[in-house]
Design a binder for this molecule. Structure first.
Ligand SMILES: NC(=O)c1ccc[n+]([C@@H]2O[C@H](COP(=O)([O-])OP(=O)(O)OC[C@H]3O[C@@H](n4cnc5c(N)ncnc54)[C@H](OP(=O)(O)O)[C@@H]3O)[C@@H](O)[C@H]2O)c1
Length: 313
């Protein structure tokens, strides 16, 4: 890649991950343009340009992407399967690096796990990008696996800690370390990928803010709150079964059940440690688990005091 990446288009910049991504790209000095749907009510920080696009039209997307060095897609899960149009437009517009909407478990190693059936939108998009990149060597890509969104997951229940009832749901033994990342840290990693285009070219990388076990997170939550929490034990084999039943009826909420099995199950082996964690490559450091849990508890305490209780408060 000859010259540095300066201009970056972000798809889904109003979303959970998108907001943190836009903010960290701006902090890192990139010129940021957010693509957004017709009728979207999203608003963006000063200095961020937004362009309304039609995601079903290569022409509309090509026009919006012309002049952009890179494209980061943080598009919603529901729309990940539709990213081929975006890829075609990125190639046509001469975009040099694409980071597709991955940002979860590593979709390159799904084996025969049933969760793979639900992640086909991501898998096919990356396969398609790979093909396009072989045909157009100036079009390059980086895939990023982040594991569970930790800060977001504390608010949305996927980490298994419920502050309002001081209940922890522990899957299997609770001793399996799992890959987890905070949203601003992922934003920083995206910016770092674009600052290190040679080191990250045509590669699938994995990052983790930390790799806690569920029991470690619970122990810290108990220490910080000064209280014993109620523990509910759940077997991931049961989660897998529930997921299979749901999926057989076309219910894609099966994803959460399969995910718990995939991430928390004893022996899952998805922790991303040592050289497998690309933070070193990106010049970043890991984050502090206790500090992240403290920030969550403080935020919830403040919401309680302000009478604006969150969903998992
Ligand atoms: N690892 C984890 O724990 C975890 C958790 C959640 C999500 N993820 C992954 O992270 C990525 C981003 O997810 P997210 O939760 O940040 O996304 P999100 O907040 O649900 O949506 C991001 C944005 O996508 C845009 N969009 C475009 N087409 C859309 C459509 N058809 N339906 C809905 N939104 C559409 C919207 O922006 P406009 O309105 O401006 O167009 C929306 O704000 C996905 O790949 C997702 O699978 C991972």
């Amino acid at each position: 890649m000859s010259s540095p990446i300066k201009s970056v288009a972000v798809v889904g910049g109003s979303g959970n991950l998108g907001k943190a991504t836009v903010s960290e790209l701006v902090n890192a000095g990139f010129t940021v343009t957010v693509l957004t749907r017709e009728g979207s009510t999203s608003t963006f920080a000063k200095g961020v340009v937004s362009k309304v696009v039609d995601y079903s039209s290569v022409e509309s997307l090509t026009s919006a992407l012309t002049g952009q060095d890179a494209l980061v897609s943080t598009i919603a899960t529901a729309a990940v399967g539709g990213q081929q149009t975006l890829v075609d437009a990125a190639v046509a517009a001469g975009v040099r690096r694409i980071i597709p909407s991955e940002f979860g478990i590593n979709t390159r190693f799904l084996g025969k796990e049933p969760i793979g059936a639900i992640l086909q939108g991501k898998v096919k998009t990356l396969n398609y990008i790979h093909e396009q990149s072989k045909r157009n060597p100036s079009f390059t890509w980086t895939g990023i696996s982040t594991g569970l969104f930790f800060d977001w997951g504390l608010d949305h229940g996927s980490i298994g800690l419920d502050k309002s009832t001081k209940t922890a749901t522990i899957y299997d033994s609770g001793n399996e370390p799992y890959q987890a990342s905070n949203l601003p840290h992922i934003g920083k990693a995206i910016a770092a990928v674009l600052k290190h285009p040679e080191q990250t070219v045509n590669r699938y990388i994995s990052i983790a803010s930390f790799n806690p076990t569920q029991n470690q997170a619970l122990e810290i939550a108990e220490k910080l709150t000064g209280e014993k929490w109620t523990v509910k034990h759940v077997l991931t084999s049961e989660e897998q079964q529930i997921g299979a039943e749901k999926l057989s009826k076309g219910d894609y909420s099966a994803f959460s059940n399969f995910l718990r099995r995939r991430v928390y199950g004893d022996g899952a082996g998805l922790a991303v440690q040592g050289p497998d964690n690309a933070l070193d490559l990106l010049g970043l450091e890991g984050e502090d688990l206790e500090g992240s849990l403290r920030a969550w508890l403080v935020k919830i305490k403040k919401l309680n005091a302000d009478g604006k209780l969150g969903r998992n408060g």
